[in-house]
Ligand binder design. Structure first.
Ligand SMILES: Cc1cc2nc3c(=O)[nH]c(=O)nc-3n(C[C@H](O)[C@H](O)[C@H](O)COP(=O)(O)O)c2cc1C
Length: 184
């Protein structure tokens, strides 16, 4: 059984590409088949319960709404008990086109994970590289996960992902680089 489950929904493939990048980055570090990818549109979300460690990817659509596959499966999601699961969320959106609803769906997902008893990991700072008015994905000065914008900041995605994947693996207790440093 793979150690980490990545679940994504995606309407125009941008979240899907990032999900596969995350899979490739983690598998390169921890070995093939560490990650199993699930497209929410064709998955039973009860499969989330098979993994202690989860990474969830969601874009915001239609001005502050859930991506359609996540929307269809939302009742199923809300039926889960995520107690004992560590969950990292990444959101995809367009902060210039939709500055007052930037990543709102990711915020709804993060809040739901917490309501279901999950431990949310992978918070990141809202630094000066972001420019938006309002987002449900923020909690004080932090995003409740990783905030991406492939529409307007695609060149920032790789460095944001590199740092976040290391942070999330450490939170999962799976970061071999960090572990070996501690033992030196
Ligand atoms: C009609 C429309 C509405 C959108 N609404 C939002 C929004 O409210 N907030 C946001 O952050 N991004 C919004 N976006 C941007 C998408 O979230 C972004 O393009 C995302 O990368 C799409 O991911 P996907 O290809 O995985 O579906 C919208 C895009 C379109 C075309």
């Amino acid at each position: 059984m793979a150690k980490i489950g990545v679940f994504f929904g995606s309407s125009t493939s941008q979240t899907e590409y990032v999900a596969y990048d995350i899979r490739d980055m983690i598998d390169a570090q921890l070995g093939p088949d560490t990650v199993t990818i699930h497209n929410v549109g064709s998955s039973d979300l009860h499969e989330m319960l098979d993994y202690t460690d989860l990474i969830l990817g969601i874009p915001t659509w239609d001005i502050g709404q859930l991506q359609v596959d996540w929307d269809i499966k939302w009742d199923e999601l809300e039926s889960l008990d995520l107690t004992g699961h560590k969950v990292a969320v990444f959101g995809m959106g367009d902060q210039y086109g939709y500055p007052d609803t930037y990543l709102d769906a990711a915020g709804m997902l993060a809040e739901t994970v917490l309501a279901l008893g999950g431990e949310l990991v992978g918070y990141t700072p809202v630094d000066e590289s972001y420019q938006f008015g309002h987002s449900l994905f923020t909690d004080g000065d932090s995003f409740m996960g990783l905030a991406l914008d492939e529409d307007h900041q695609p060149k920032l995605t790789k460095e944001r992902l590199d740092a976040w994947v290391e942070q999330v693996l450490t939170a999962f207790g799976l970061n071999e680089a960090a572990t070996s440093t501690v033992h030196e």
